[in-house]
Design a protein around this ligand. Structure first.
Ligand SMILES: [Cu+2]
Length: 516
């Protein structure tokens, strides 16, 4: 057992978790996928989280050191009112500093939970948040300086349902775990003993850390039981670096109803749903028609099975027709922008290996080639039973693997510096940003403290996935955004903007801004 990851943690009472072990099997003996525990704050107005170490037996071969919130791996699905006050307390029983960033919440910088809000071991972070934004599926994860990738990988992440309590009137499924499924999709590497492996080498930093084993809600090889009707899937790509091209094996449509920041004006049928790390999407899928056992697949890079479904007629099918319209938050007028800004995500040429990696990536299929580069690779070569966590991203050049230079990962030529404010924005104003990616990789660009709309990508109209309110967007060509600043962030707690390939973020592809 590796005790260095979250020092002092296992000795301090980490619980052995076997996700879903207590739940029923489906008729053919496959184990059913379970939902994360639901933590409803809508009545209490209080949220108590504890970052804690755990041990998780993912593969049935033995425990792995993990971390989670209120549990051994990942965290509960938190239900929050979209317009209420919430008193938050987060403790830390880990052996190292963590944070809780609310990815997608539009809250002031002091409540945002970025690297400027560290929670030391044994410490506590308490904030009173005032929420006021449209209903949405957002998420939370540790954003500790230089450690975000490793923290998320080992489990410091969870989903938030931001709700106004009116989904029933909208004709949307609301039965948690019945016809309203929360699906956290992640890829992981395991050693032969079933322990999580996170030991990024130079290639893993350049491509992002990709793995061949898919977890859904921290579980492997499960089947999702669904009623014979319309089912809502709240999808989170919680992976460090892998993009997914989600589709059903029988090509049944997915009716997209919400993007990162909330509802679309009306459902949009798609057969293929691209999801980059950090993005969420809500879709309605009809399980009343077609076969009873469709499989959710991914088609970016190597084809991968994500999750099989099985219709279970003992489950109530409450919703059987698509809603005609959803009350989407109206877009802002592009003419409202009072200034423009250009941001370029850079992957420089100084790191040894960059040209080698780039050579392998520039393929006829373009930037997607990267996603197949390591697909199917399970346990990392060189990490056997005695695996060493190796050089993790410690927040500085010394923490990076040999051959990678922090100066190679930057935005507008400047690697992240916690002490430098990169720009200042004005509250209540709208800006038009043109954001470009670097190298042969499509970077998912995330901004804290705002929801934005996508005007164009590579000169064309945005894909359906980018057609609603967003906080994370894939830079598939120069991307024009309309960003409105509704909350404030001062120089002591600025907002971050960064690549959501977490290895890129930790390596320096991040900046910070204030809103006053
Ligand atoms: Cu990136």
């Amino acid at each position: 057992m590796d005790r260095r990851l979250f020092l002092g943690g296992l000795a301090a009472g980490g619980a052995l978790a076997t996700p879903g072990a207590a739940f029923a099997q489906s008729a053919d003996g496959r184990r059913r996928l379970t939902m994360p525990q639901r933590l409803d704050t809508t009545a209490t107005g209080r949220l108590d989280l504890m970052a804690q170490p755990g041990e998780t037996d993912f593969l049935g071969t033995g425990p792995s050191a993990t971390a989670g919130f209120n549990q051994g791996f990942l965290g509960p699905t938190i239900v929050m009112r979209n317009d209420g006050a919430l008193a938050v307390r987060v403790g830390n029983r880990l052996g190292e500093t963590a944070t809780v960033h609310w990815h997608g919440l539009v809250v002031p910088g002091e409540h945002d939970g970025g690297p400027h809000s560290p929670i030391r071991p044994g410490g506590e972070w308490a904030v009173e948040m005032a929420l006021d934004q449209p209903p949405a599926t957002v998420w939370y994860h540790s954003h500790a300086h230089g450690s975000t990738a490793r923290h998320v990988y080992y489990g410091l992440a969870g989903v938030i349902h931001l709700t106004d309590g009116r989904d029933d009137a909208r004709g949307l499924p609301v039965g948690y775990g019945i016809d309203d499924l929360t699906l956290v999709i992640q890829d992981r590497r395991f050693d032969p003993a079933g322990r999580l492996v996170y030991a990024p080498d130079t290639t893993d930093i350049l491509n992002g850390f990709l793995a061949g084993r898919i977890l859904v809600n921290g579980q492997v090889d499960r089947v999702a039981a669904v009623p014979r009707g319309l089912v809502r899937l709240r999808l989170l790509n919680g992976s460090n670096a892998r993009f997914y091209g989600l589709h059903f094996d029988d090509r049944r449509p997915m009716h997209l109803i919400a993007t990162d920041g909330g509802y679309l004006p009306r459902p949009r049928a798609v057969e293929f749903l691209r999801m980059a790390p950090g993005e969420r999407a809500e879709v309605l899928v009809d399980f009343a028609a077609g076969g009873d056992a469709p499989v959710l697949m991914s088609a970016l890079g190597l084809p991968m099975r994500i999750l099989p479904f099985a219709v279970d007629d003992t489950l109530p099918a409450r919703i059987t027709r698509l809603p005609d319209a959803l009350d989407a938050a109206p877009f802002i007028d592009a003419g409202a922008a009072t200034r423009t800004r250009r941001l370029a995500l850079n992957m420089g040429g100084g790191s040894t290996g960059i040209s080698r990696i780039a050579d392998g990536l520039v393929a006829p299929s373009g930037a997607h080639a990267r996603h197949g580069a390591h697909a199917g690779r399970g346990a990392h070569a060189g990490h056997g039973a005695d695996f060493d966590p190796g050089p993790f991203l410690g927040g500085g050049p010394d923490g990076l693997p040999e051959g990678v230079r922090m100066s190679d990962f930057s935005i507008n030529g400047r690697p992240y510096d916690m002490r430098r404010i990169d720009f200042e924005a004005t509250r209540g104003t709208v800006e038009r940003w043109t954001v470009t990616g670097g190298g042969a990789i499509e970077h998912p660009f995330h901004v804290h403290g705002v929801q934005f709309q996508v005007l164009s990508v590579g000169g064309g109209a945005p894909r359906p996935e980018d057609s609603g309110w967003k906080d994370t967007v894939v830079l598939a060509g120069a991307t024009d955004l309309l960003v409105r600043f509704d909350r404030t962030a001062g120089p002591t707690h600025p907002y971050m903007y960064h690549c959501h390939i977490l290895e890129h973020e930790d390596a320096g592809m991040m900046g910070q801004f204030t809103v006053a």
